[in-house]
Each structure stands twice: as structure tokens, then as C-alpha cells.
Design a protein. Structure first.
Ligand code: ADP
Length: 518
């Protein structure tokens, strides 16, 4: 009886201890500034990361707000007009904007409506417009105008990627008056840097030429000394820089992965850390996934997991006309861009078919040559029912494929973190990945004797060559066919991995506290 009373008391005591901890540490006001927020505005991993991290920080008790552009494809009935009008200067003209607010995915979300004559966010897509540079420079400046209007102190302005990196130099220049205590830049992908001309800065009343210096925003490529590099601006002026995995944080300090910014990153390396991404449990949980015909999860028995995966396969078989009983099912869900190793995906496709498996590719390319090449490949395999190539962005189909596959390949040449291998494991699908960046931090080879067996969860290869991916696919298939017990125990292990935002968000909160103190 007494012990039961103590147990009952322990509940509230724990809550009180947590509250005390939060109060001792002091509540923080954190603003995320980004181009994406999943699922309402998602082009890839960035949107998922912003949502997952902001939600977990909110759960931890911090005051967290997210600002993104109000793309006209966003349709949220609960939107409230927060600020009916505020101005932002560009090219000598004051343009009108409005701020809309709502709560989405457990986060406080602001959508900035730019009533700009160029219709900056009245497009059907997030990126890939010719005027991406002025669009996002404008968004960044207008967001700071909104924060100036609010006048509320901000502990950390967390900026994501090149689209909003200019906020860091802007806060040292036109927006010095803003009560922002610290700026954190997260680099989700160093390849995209936002290169432009000095007059793009002049257009928003910065003195563009004054930033054309090696220690400022001048692009590092000797070929383009007149070029401004927006991401470099974030690296130079932010108080701290993170990237999305510890291995990628090391890789980007080298010329091979640095896209010419490695020199700047080495100069600022004291500010740089790698924090591994989590995945959003609201988006990715096979136990609650409405797309799956039969739910399954960590708590399920192995036989229930295998049977639910089989049901997902049957459902896809019917939907896509794939032949029954051709195993393994291997696939990729990806943007088809050079980073992701499209030539290695092609090599994996042909090899899987040679091994009498089925291959499912869900991915489209913003690069016409790559898209045409894969279209030709689809025609080549048109009569082969074991090959399914689909070039749309289809969220529901992605969920079903993650559940149905035996193996997911991620043969990237570089990979800052990569979410698909983490999602795959959550769905009991084993990853076959190249040993780079976040792939190396999340996947541990099943046959590597130097890795404790309790950690082994997939397959890795080093060299980005067709023969390396062939051999690795062979290893995976052999394990599946010749050692079901080990294969199934690896599935069990993969599904158990804690890929939530809990640990990463704690690291971010700790980092905010460190930079606010300075
Ligand atoms: P990146 O951000 O470089 O594109 P990530 O692996 O970090 O790569 O994240 C990709 C995200 O986009 C994953 O959630 C993946 O499921 C999703 N995705 C990629 N291509 C498609 C597609 N064609 N259809 C649906 N989802 C896709």
C-alpha cells in the first residue's frame, strides 16, 4: 500500500523536478527561419527537420516559433491574420506584406505573405524558380522587418540553409537594433549556397560591394571574385554553426566535400558541430501510419512485423501490378540528382533484376537530362513487371514502399544526414548505403566484425562504383536467403532504434544556451 502511494507521488514529483530544471535553465524564445515546414511545405529533408525539431523544443517547454513564406499552395483553414500589413524595401520600393499565424504540428507557425508584384511565393513549387535568389533574400529581410515590429527579445534565431543565411549579416548591419541574442545557422546541404551579385544585396539597401571581401560574403571560387555567397554570410556571421551529422561536420572541412567553403569552415571550425537528425514520429510511425493496411511497430512481435510487411507488399502488388513471390524487394525513394548517385541506383536496379528480385524507384529529377535518362530506362524495362519506376513526388506511396521493401538503397556520393535510411529502419527495412556523412553515423554493417553485433543494422559500401553496390546487394540477398534467423534479428534491431528528436533537440537546446551566454 505504502509503496503504491510512493509510486503515485513519484509522478507529480517527476513533473515538478522537470519544471524546476526548465526554470533553472531559464525559458528560451527560439525563432526558426526556414523555407520549408513539413508536411505543408516540404521539398525534402529540410522541412521534416524544421518541424520535428521545433515540435520537440516546444515539448521541452521552450517558446518556439517558426516563420516560413506563405506559399500559395498552402491551405490551412485555421490561419489567423496576425499583422495585416507591414512594409519591406526592395529595389527602391516599399512592398506590402502580411503575417498569418496558426498552430500546426504542435508548433507556433507564422506564414509571411509577400504581396510583391513579382508574386514571389505564388508559385506551384518551393524552389527551382529563376528568381530564387531575390525571392529568398526578400523573405529573409521581410521576416526581420516583422520581428522588428514585434520588438520581443529573441534568445536564438535559428536559420536554416542558404535561403535565409543572409539574416546573420543583416543582424549586424540593417537590423542591429533587433533584440536577438544569438544566431545559429544549420547547414542541411553545403552544395546549395545561394550565389548572387552584389547588386542583389544593394536591392535591399545593404552595400553589396562592401561585402565582397574574403572575410565577408565573397565567394571563395577564384573564378568569381565578384560573386556574393549567401551561405558564407551565415557561416561568417552566425554565433554557431551546426550541420546534420557528426561525420558530415568533419567531411565539410575538407576540399572533397567543402564545395569551396571548406576554407571558410576551417576558419570558423570552433563554431561548428554535427548534430544527427531525428525523424518525425507523427509522420513516420508504422504503428500509426494511416497509409499502411496493417499497422506494426516496436512493440509488435517479429512474426507480426513480418506479416504486416507482407500485407503492405500485397497491397502494393495489387496497386502497381507487380508479380507475387519475387524477392527481395529493393528500392530507393529519392530526388534523382548527382548527389544521390543516380548511376549507382541504375546499377542497383539492373543487378536486382538479374538476381530475380523486384526493384521500386520513387523519385523525380529537377535535372532534365537525368529525368530523360530515367524515362528511357523505364521504357527499357517496360515489359519487366519486376521493375517499377515512378517519377512523381508521392508521399502516400512513399509510406507504403518504405513498409513493403526488404532493402532500401542510398548510394549517395555525399549525404549530410539522409532521412530515408532512418525511416526505412523504423519500418523494418534494412538500408544498403554508401559509407559517407550521416549514412555512416546511422548504418552499421551486419558483417563488420569490428562493430558490436547489437549495433549492426544494415549494409555499407565504401567506393561509389557499380561493382561495390552489386557486391553489397549480393551480401544482403545472401543473408536474407541463407540466414533468415540473423536477417530477422537485424530487422528487429533496426525497428528498435531510437530515431526520435529527443536526444538531438537536447543537444540543440544545450547549444542555444551556450551561445546565449557568450
Ligand atoms: P534530401 O533532403 O537530400 O532530399 P533526405 O533523405 O534527407 O534527402 O530526405 C528526403 C525526404 O523526401 C524523405 O522523407 C523521403 O521520403 C522524401 N522523398 C524523396 N523523394 C520522394 C518522392 N518522390 N516521393 C515522396 N517522398 C519523397
Amino acid at each position: 500500500m505504502l509503496s503504491r502511494q510512493i509510486n503515485i507521488l513519484q509522478g507529480p514529483r517527476k513533473v515538478l523536478q522537470k519544471l524546476k530544471k526548465i526554470l533553472d535553465a531559464g525559458l528560451m524564445r527560439i525563432i526558426h527561419l526556414a523555407a520549408e515546414f513539413a508536411p505543408i511545405a516540404k521539398a525534402g529533408g529540410l522541412g521534416e527537420v524544421v518541424t520535428g525539431l521545433a515540435r520537440e523544443e516546444t515539448r521541452a517547454g521552450e517558446t518556439v516559433e517558426v516563420i516560413i513564406p506563405k506559399y500559395d499552395f498552402i491551405n490551412i483553414p485555421s490561419l489567423q491574420l496576425e499583422v495585416p500589413e507591414f512594409k519591406c524595401l526592395q529595389s527602391g520600393q516599399l512592398h506590402s506584406n502580411a503575417m498569418w499565424s496558426t498552430t500546426q504540428e504542435g508548433c507556433s507557425l507564422h506564414l509571411l505573405e509577400a504581396r510583391h508584384p513579382a508574386g514571389y511565393f505564388h508559385r506551384s513549387k518551393i524552389y527551382g524558380c529563376e528568381d530564387d535568389i531575390p525571392r529568398f533574400i526578400y523573405f529573409t529581410k521581410a521576416a526581420l522587418e516583422y520581428l522588428s515590429l514585434k520588438k520581443e527579445p529573441i534568445d536564438t534565431l535559428h536559420i536554416h540553409d542558404w535561403h535565409v543565411a543572409l539574416a546573420a549579416p543583416l543582424l549586424k548591419d540593417l537590423f542591429k537594433h533587433l533584440p536577438v541574442k544569438s544566431v545559429l545557422l544549420t547547414i542541411h546541404n553545403l552544395e546549395h549556397q545561394g550565389k548572387c551579385a552584389a547588386w542583389d544585396l544593394d536591392a535591399i539597401n545593404l552595400n553589396g560591394t562592401s561585402y565582397l571581401a574574403p572575410a565577408k560574403l565573397q565567394d571563395n571560387s577564384p573564378l568569381y571574385p565578384q560573386t556574393i555567397n549567401l551561405l558564407k554570410g551565415g557561416i561568417v556571421y552566425a554565433d554557431a554553426i551546426t550541420t546534420v551529422s557528426p561525420t558530415y561536420a568533419k567531411e565539410i572541412l575538407t576540399p572533397a566535400y567543402g564545395f569551396t567553403l571548406d576554407t571558410t569552415l576551417r576558419q570558423h571550425m570552433k563554431k561548428l558541430t554535427g548534430i544527427l537528425n531525428g525523424i518525425d514520429p507523427n509522420l513516420w510511425d508504422p504503428a500509426k501510419d494511416p497509409v499502411l493496411p496493417k499497422p506494426y511497430g516496436r512493440e509488435s512481435s517479429l512474426s507480426a512485423i513480418l506479416s504486416a510487411k507482407e500485407t503492405a507488399r500485397e497491397s502494393l502488388q495489387k496497386k502497381l501490378g507487380l508479380p507475387a513471390n519475387k524477392r527481395p524487394w529493393i528500392g530507393a525513394i529519392t530526388r534523382l540528382v548527382p548527389q544521390k548517385g543516380p548511376e549507382l541506383i541504375e546499377a542497383a536496379l539492373s543487378h536486382t533484376l538479374e538476381r530475380d528480385g523486384a526493384f521500386l524507384l520513387l523519385g523525380s529529377s529537377p535535372i532534365p537530362d537525368i529525368q530523360t535518362h530515367f524515362q528511357t530506362l523505364k521504357e527499357k524495362y517496360a515489359s519487366n513487371k519486376q521493375a517499377f519506376l515512378h517519377f512523381e513526388y508521392d508521399e502516400n506511396l512513399a509510406h507504403l514502399i518504405f513498409a513493403a521493401l526488404d532493402f532500401l538503397i542510398v548510394p549517395s556520393h555525399f549525404e549530410p544526414c539522409g532521412l530515408t535510411q532512418i525511416i526505412a529502419m523504423r519500418y523494418g527495412t534494412l538500408p544498403i548505403v554508401r559509407a559517407t556523412g550521416g549514412l555512416k553515423d546511422t548504418v552499421f554493417d551486419c558483417e563488420d566484425p569490428t562493430i558490436p553485433s547489437a549495433k549492426r543494422n544494415g549494409f555499407l559500401f565504401e567506393k561509389p562504383t557499380p561493382s561495390a553496390i552489386h557486391q553489397t546487394i549480393d551480401r544482403a540477398i545472401n543473408l536474407m536467403h541463407s540466414d533468415q534467423a540473423t536477417f530477422q534479428s537485424v530487422i528487429r534491431r533496426a525497428i528498435q532504434i531510437d530515431s526520435s528528436w529527443k536526444a538531438p533537440s537536447r543537444e540543440y537546446l544545450q547549444l542555444y544556451r551556450e551561445i546565449i551566454k557568450k
